[in-house]
Design a protein around this ligand. Structure first.
Ligand SMILES: Cc1cc2nc3c(=O)[nH]c(=O)nc-3n(C[C@H](O)[C@H](O)[C@H](O)COP(=O)(O)OP(=O)(O)OC[C@H]3O[C@@H](n4cnc5c(N)ncnc54)[C@H](O)[C@@H]3O)c2cc1C
Length: 382
């Protein structure tokens, strides 16, 4: 039997590449190794659980046994890969050495942690996988008030979902606006107003200096001395690609595990995709780039090398109180042309020559997504 292609990670990236590979090749053995229980689920749905009335179990599409059957792939769950020997083409798992013909690193990203939060806390959550979500849903039962640290995409999505679940929500952020790294202020204000109208309390331009856990809740202390009492808290202050396994094994990393458009890392026959990867200088923690990588990599793993091509990839923010679609510009040299009525915003980012480089849409203006996306050049024009 030929050596297996090994995939590390059972997130959307790991399963996407396995699925795409099996469309091309039903024979070559595949082995997936994952730290978690191997459930296949759509991570973006984590921030719609209350709105769609789905708890962690309801979000599972297939368990590891079902995925193993569907993809004719061995899956080892609750197992960490300890190290990679890129010369011998082996990995170390539970003191066992396993050879690979090709290795795929799909190790995802991990949330930044607030330094004063105890790892075992059952009141303060960073929700980036199904286990986190399960624990959060259990803790949120019968509670009323959730404090959310972070006013970026993840913080705003969880806020809107919790408001839909009839929780009181307080959001604390360093910036003046929500989604400040993604949107021009006029568009941010629409989202802030809509979430406020839906009941959210905002604490802008504030940092959290401490969160104390009390007998029945948390007290979030801000840098101006203000204290917010809540039942539980979510920390949503950003994610960093998981690069440790790669870097400790001598594979080049920067912000993510670095690779060019072939998706091969600095080590021969070791590839990467998904949240852990820095592809052609870009770390993109979204599904569309990951799917493009999965398709290209499947072909490469099947000995038909293919470069990934990123098209035009707008990002939707799941804040139904005020829907948002953003297409970040790949070139920062331009100016915004903005029309907003306080809910609907069309913000177009154009070059001096009038070429559309990116856009930000809120409210009903999000319906223009397709039309506008067609006017923007792909990141990697074919
Ligand atoms: C709340 C939320 C909402 C989102 N909404 C959207 C959206 O609307 N649109 C969008 O495009 N994107 C969205 N995203 C981002 C998107 O979900 C992610 O980009 C994508 O799911 C990342 O998948 P991944 O497989 O790369 O990483 P992960 O899901 O993090 O998977 C990593 C896997 O690697 C395993 N692993 C790590 N290290 C090891 C090791 N040493 N040994 C073995 N296994 C290991 C882990 O156990 C895990 O199985 C959202 C993210 C969140 C958190």
């Amino acid at each position: 039997m030929s050596q297996a292609i090994i995939i590390i990670g059972s997130g959307m990236a790991g399963y996407a590449v396995a699925r795409e590979f099996r469309k091309l090749n039903s024979e070559t053995p595949l082995l997936m190794i994952t730290q978690d229980d191997g459930s296949a689920y759509s991570k973006p749905m984590l921030s719609t659980g209350f709105t769609k009335n789905k708890d962690a179990e309801a979000l599972v599409m297939s368990n590891a046994v079902q995925m193993s059957e569907q993809l004719n792939m061995s899956i080892r769950t609750q197992t960490s890969v300890q190290s990679i020997d890129t010369e011998k083409q082996t990995i170390l798992v539970d003191n066992e050495t396993i050879e690979y013909s090709k290795l795929v690193l799909a190790t995802g990203a991990s949330p930044f942690k607030l330094k004063f939060v105890k790892p075992e806390s059952d009141r303060i959550f960073s929700i980036n996988d199904l286990d986190d979500y399960r624990a959060f849903r259990t803790a949120s039962q019968g509670k009323k008030h959730v404090a959310i640290v972070g006013t970026g995409l993840i913080g705003c999505e969880y806020a809107n979902d919790l408001l839909n679940g009839e929780y009181e929500v307080s959001l604390i952020g360093l910036s003046q606006h929500v989604l400040d790294t993604m949107l021009p202020p006029e568009a941010s204000e629409c989202v802030t107003k809509s979430l406020s109208d839906a009941g959210a309390n905002f604490y802008f331009e504030r940092s959290v200096v401490d969160i104390q856990e009390t007998v029945d809740g948390v007290i979030v202390e801000l840098d101006n001395g203000e204290k917010i009492s809540a039942d539980i808290a979510i920390s949503a202050i950003g994610l960093a690609p998981n690069t440790k396994l790669a870097s400790e094994s001598g594979i080049e990393t920067n912000k993510g595990i670095t690779c060019d458009r072939s998706l091969e890392t600095s080590a021969k026959n070791v590839y990467t995709l998904g949240d852990c990867a820095e592809v052609d200088g870009m770390v993109m923690l979204y599904v569309l780039p990951m799917m493009a990588c999965a398709r290209a990599l499947a072909s490469t793993l099947n000995d038909e090398p293919k470069l990934v091509s990123y098209g035009v990839m707008p990002v939707a923010v799941k804040t139904p109180a005020c829907p948002v679609v953003v297409l970040p510009a790949s070139n920062e040299n331009g100016t915004w042309d903005i029309e907003s009525d306080g809910f609907n915003t069309t913000a177009l980012f154009k070059s001096d020559q009038g070429e559309l480089l990116g856009f930000a849409l809120t409210g009903d203006a999000t319906k223009q997504k397709q039309v506008l996306a067609k006017q923007v050049q792909a990141i990697h024009p074919e």
